[in-house]
Ligand binder design. Structure first.
Ligand code: ADP
Ligand code: GN1
Ligand code: MG
Length: 366
């Protein structure tokens, strides 16, 4: 292993003897480890993450957000009978110096969380009930944060879900062609460039005051919610690095992107990439169950569209990264980002073809 996890964990406010550490999860940004400590008779797991500080350039601000969000959620849950505070929200373990993160001698940033037991994440959704539960969990999370006191959270990545800005960055990457790859993906570039017109719908809605800014998660893919092993409930929303002001539509949209498909995000055989409208229906049902009472009509009206938009947005982010030489997302094979872009665009095609049916479902459940 590249890093000395034993030395890292020793700096956090935890008792016990180091047993082992292993890379964990399939995230594209941070390095996540499961670290085990012997504590008395028990071997206890902890989650330790090296925060990607190239992506998150202001780690103190990021951790301040996470502390504020998790403490607020914990306070709200504590008032609800039957809550399990160690499993229903992330808990940050401070360093021995009392800080929320550790900066090591090499300039790496580390944090530690309680490991949530009896639950897991899924890279691919297993059935309608899981989709409904995940959507309910994200809706509940937004609701719990609606009364987060001032000041507003830090913007951990500026313009994160600003689709027109993402589009402009794609255009710049095509023009620069830094890795000499533009010639290898003319069809994908053409697909993207043909869809410029719709990129501004949500940011324009925010600017015009039609869509409210709320505290949103901004990375709601299915593997960022822990599903309880016993009862299948979405018990805890995790991966809070991008919690900041935003529209709930990018949150709902990314759930559509990551739960309605029949294939992995990086599937190479596009004939396997199909859109499942029954999964979309399960998402609408679960999300509206949790969020119906706070959403305004302008938000509900864009629920179906949001899936198309963010799937396009993530597609152009993968394509941009491919053109720039794979500098942002972790990749595990040549062409990985291009494969990811292709699956996203394939999903966009399917959603475009199904948009009326999707609107019909929203109308039925609203
Ligand atoms: P990334 O930003 O790289 O996606 P995540 O914070 O989502 O990192 O963590 C990666 C994976 O590690 C998650 O998908 C989940 O399976 C697991 N994980 C993260 N935090 C916890 C936790 N507190 N308890 C149990 N598993 C966790
Ligand atoms: C990244 O960290 P992870 O793997 O949950 C990315 C998301 C993308 C996602 C695509 C901070 O999420 O925006 O939607 O990959 N996170 C960041 O799978 O860029
Ligand atoms: Mg994640």
């Amino acid at each position: 292993m590249k890093h000395d996890l034993k030395a890292v964990v020793a700096q956090f406010d935890l008792e016990g003897e180091f047993v082992d550490a292993q890379p964990y999860g399939t995230g594209h940004i941070n390095d996540t480890y499961l670290v085990r400590l012997r504590q008395g008779q028990a071997v206890v797991p902890w989650i330790i993450q090296r925060i990607n500080h190239r992506v998150f350039t202001n780690v103190p601000a990021l951790m301040e957000n996470i502390l504020r969000v998790t403490e607020h959620v914990r306070g709200r849950l504590a008032a609800l009978p039957g809550s399990d505070l160690r499993r229903e929200t992330l808990t940050v373990i401070p360093t021995r110096a009392g800080k929320a993160f550790l900066e090591d001698a090499d300039g790496n940033f580390w944090r530690t969380y309680i490991f949530i037991t009896g639950a897991r994440t899924y890279d691919e959704v297993r059935g309608r009930d899981m989709a409904r539960q995940a959507a309910m969990a994200f809706g509940r999370f937004q609701k719990l944060l609606m009364d987060l006191p001032e000041p507003t959270l830090h913007e951990t990545i500026p313009f994160f879900h600003h689709t027109p800005d993402r589009f402009a960055r794609l255009e710049a990457a095509i023009a620069a062609d830094a890795a000499g790859r533009a010639a290898s993906c003319p069809a994908e570039i053409e697909f993207a460039l043909a869809r410029k017109a719709s990129t501004g719908v949500l940011v324009d809605g925010i600017a015009a005051g039609r869509l409210p800014l709320r505290v949103t998660h901004n990375d709601t893919k299915i593997n960022n919610v822990m599903i309880d092993d016993q009862d299948g409930r979405g018990i805890c929303v995790i991966d809070l690095d991008t919690v900041m002001p935003g529209t709930v539509l990018y949150d709902f949209g990314d759930q559509i992107r990551t739960t309605t498909g029949t294939a992995a995000e990086d599937e190479r055989d596009l004939s396997k990439v199909r859109f499942q409208i029954d999964m979309f229906e399960a998402l609408v049902e679960g999300y509206l169950e949790a969020a119906r009472d706070f959403l305004v009509p302008a938000e509900i009206e864009q629920l179906a569209f949001s899936g198309r938009l963010i799937t396009f947005e993530i597609g152009i982010r993968f394509l941009t990264d491919y053109l720039q030489g794979d500098v942002y997302f972790k990749t595990h094979r040549p062409g990985h980002n291009l494969d990811r872009a292709r699956t996203q665009f394939q999903m966009v095609r399917h959603m475009e073809a199904q948009s009326e049916a999707m609107e019909g479902i929203v109308a039925r459940y609203r």
